[in-house]
Design a protein around this ligand. Structure first.
Ligand SMILES: Nc1ncnc2c1ncn2[C@@H]1O[C@H](COP(=O)(O)OP(=O)(O)OP(=O)(O)O)[C@@H](O)[C@H]1O
Length: 646
């Protein structure tokens, strides 16, 4: 049983009541009973929240944390964090402060385990070296840019997160209860049906916290949670974080330069400059610390502003060095002001009430639920997104219809005409280019933003990469089939290709395979490169792929030392497949409106373009193998990228 009446905690009511003045004093009471229920009262307000951490709070210490970034090939390395030390006690709201470029985000990344390359030193939990997998089960990381799914509503986002993160034996009703409780506590219930993309900055931040609260992590890392928010939303956000801390969680966030009222809401601050620690201790002790170092904070000056001015070097480098020495680069605990119960963590902590986390999750690796469960939830999310996506779905289908009609009209009724065979050949190549460029470019343009969401959700253990990858592979199929079918249907019949179901099906299969291969190619580029580089690379790589298709220079005339190109160009198999569908397999003699038609007999044309017209199945196999290879390579690249980003 924990009861805490905290007169210093004047703000938490502000979160629930918009924009009261910072100086307004309201006593807020937190109660934790045997049933795990918290009541927060203030100005007549009452709120219950039964989702308390089910784990023992942890004491985080870090020793000699260093981080050196590689600046690139032959550009050397840069030391960013200089052997930092510190201790973050449980049930505290902790701010990592400092001027821009001081290393706040880097320190947060290192402590959360988000960054592992180039890191030295150790993080110790309750006196023992951190086990990263166990630590990731306890903690979550909320990035500065919230990385949410803009097309899903708040409630849909919560439901998918609950399906992904809560074990399979939790009933739908129970999940809904958890969701509603979190939403109402975070004042998001009334926005439950609003699409996330339309939420305000403060609401998005609260949704990010709500999504992570589903698994009730013990430690929250937040990168600049107040950036971009107005002062009232900042206060609401920090009040919420303070409330979560009071419930037994450790909340660590970076913050730029808090206002005086915001600053006093933090329990503990850690001030950084040039990757070194200038101060760590209670927010209320900062002024005394500065006075002791003979750097007194001027009267009526916000201590947070003053310490940032010092950290920026506005009063000279010597002052910075003096402060680093004063705190022994974070080793000193002189200015700590911990509640009695956490002074000695070993005797202080008693397990919170509520069920212990099940051991089931360990069976699924780092994730809470089975791969099948993850796949089902991700497919549901993919379906909702596909249904609502203007670019990936609506525009794509529209483009297929418009381009097919335009091409069809341009080459109207030429498919059966012996005198227009070369024109028809151009049409087939144009279809090929359309089927390659549209899906490839759309994927290159859209996947990088999806990548950042994947990075955050994967790090926070929502799902495994395998489940994610299978889900996007499946989700793409319906739109792709519909788009290709409409395109094939329109272009095939308007341009007067043979009225033969078999040939139509062959044409459709090749179109479909080309679209899927091109989309996989785009995915591979989007997984590795950002939008700018991807938009350059995609078309640039496509040029040789087109060259080797056998269209301009036929396969017979291609120099022997360049023949290999035609074997790896998937467009070559696409073009050969189209030709087989239209002119191969014993196509009858073509119509001829003129006196002489050179290509009246399709075999003459096949001979001239150095194709046999009977390679359809080989082309299907070659395209399928290319597709499989691209998908496997992309999966490996994604895995590498997720690791390399850390
Ligand atoms: N991977 C990297 N390669 C090169 N330099 C890096 C890398 N990561 C961080 N830095 C540099 O380290 C310094 C600290 O960066 P960091 O993002 O941690 O600062 P910050 O205190 O969070 O700043 P801000 O408040 O502006 O976000 C900056 O000078 C940044 O350029």
């Amino acid at each position: 049983m924990l009861e805490q009446s905290d007169s210093a905690a004047v703000q938490p009511h502000v979160f629930f009541r918009q924009a009261t003045t910072p100086t307004q004093s309201t006593v807020v009471t937190y109660k934790s009973g045997g049933n795990g229920c918290v009541k927060i009262t203030g100005n007549g307000y009452q709120q219950t929240f039964s989702r308390l951490p089910r784990r023992t709070p942890v004491d985080i210490q870090f020793e000699n944390i260093g981080f050196t970034a590689s600046l690139g090939f032959r550009k050397g390395r840069k030391k960013i964090l200089h052997e930092l030390n510190g201790r973050f006690a449980p049930r505290q709201l902790i701010a990592i402060m400092g001027p821009s470029g001081a290393g706040k985000s880097t320190l947060l990344d290192v402590l959360s385990g988000y960054r592992i390359t180039g890191v030295t030193g150790s993080v110790i939990l309750d006196g023992e070296e951190r086990n990263m997998d166990a630590f990731r089960r306890l903690s979550c990381y909320i990035t500065q840019d919230d990385r949410l799914q803009p097309l899903l509503t708040v409630r849909e986002n919560m439901q998918i997160a609950a399906d992904l993160k809560l074990q399979g034996d939790v009933s739908r009703r129970e999940k809904n209860n958890i969701i509603e409780e979190i939403l109402s506590t975070l004042r998001l219930s009334e926005h439950g049906n609003t699409r996330t993309g339309r939420l305000s900055g403060g609401q998005r931040k609260r949704l990010s916290i709500a999504l992570e609260l589903i698994t009730n992590p013990l430690i929250f890392f937040l990168d600049e949670p107040t950036t971009g928010l107005d002062s009232s939303s900042c206060t609401q956000c920090v009040s919420l974080l303070r409330l979560l801390a009071r419930q037994g969680r450790t909340i660590i966030c970076t913050i730029h330069q808090p206002s005086a009222s915001l600053f006093q809401m933090f329990d503990h601050v850690y001030v950084l400059s040039q990757g070194r620690c200038l101060y760590q201790g209670a927010a209320g002790q900062l002024v005394s610390y500065l006075a002791q170092l003979e750097l007194p904070c001027p009267k009526y000056h916000n201590p947070a502003d003053y310490v940032i001015e010092l950290a920026c070097g506005e009063y000279g480098q010597e002052k910075i060095d003096r402060m680093v020495e004063g705190t022994d680069n974070g080793r000193s605990e002189t200015w700590f002001q911990l509640p009695e119960e956490v002074k000695d963590i070993r005797t202080a902590v008693e397990p919170m009430s509520g069920p212990k986390p099940s051991k089931k999750s360990s069976r699924h690796g780092l994730q809470e639920t089975s791969s099948w469960n993850q796949l089902k939830a991700l497919l549901r999310r993919g379906y909702i997104k596909t249904k609502r996506d203007q670019t990936l779905t609506h525009l794509r289908i529209l483009v297929n219809i418009i381009v097919a009609i335009m091409l069809g009209i341009l080459f109207l009724g030429e498919g059966n005409e012996g005198s227009r065979v070369l024109d028809n050949y151009n049409l087939l190549f144009a279809c090929l280019i359309h089927n390659m460029m549209t899906p490839m470019m759309i994927t290159i343009l859209t996947f990088p933003s999806e990548m950042s969401v994947l990075q955050k959700e994967h790090f926070n253990r929502w799902y495994s990469l395998k489940s994610y990858y299978i889900s996007i592979t499946i989700t793409d199929i319906p739109v792709m089939v519909l788009g290709s079918f409409l395109f094939t249907l329109l272009v095939y019949f308007i341009s007067g290709q043979p009225s033969d179901m078999g040939r139509f099906n062959m044409f459709f299969v090749i179109s479909l395979l080309i679209v899927y291969v091109a989309m996989s190619f785009g995915l591979m580029i989007g997984a590795v490169f950002d939008v700018v580089n991807g938009t350059f690379l995609g078309p640039a790589i496509s040029v040789p792929v087109m060259m080797f298709a056998g269209f301009g220079v036929n396969l017979r005339d291609m120099p022997s030392y360049l023949k290999w190109g035609s074997h790896i160009s998937y467009l070559r198999y696409g073009l050969e497949g189209y030709i087989s569908a239209i002119y191969g397999y014993g196509r009858e003699v073509l119509d001829c409106v003129e006196f002489y038609c050179h290509y009246r007999f399709p075999n003459t044309f096949l001979h001239d373009i150095a194709m046999t017209g009977d390679q359809f199945w080989n082309d299907v196999i070659a395209l399928s193998v290319t597709l499989l290879l691209l998908r496997v390579v992309t999966y490996c690249l994604l895995r590498w990228k997720l690791h390399a980003m850390r």
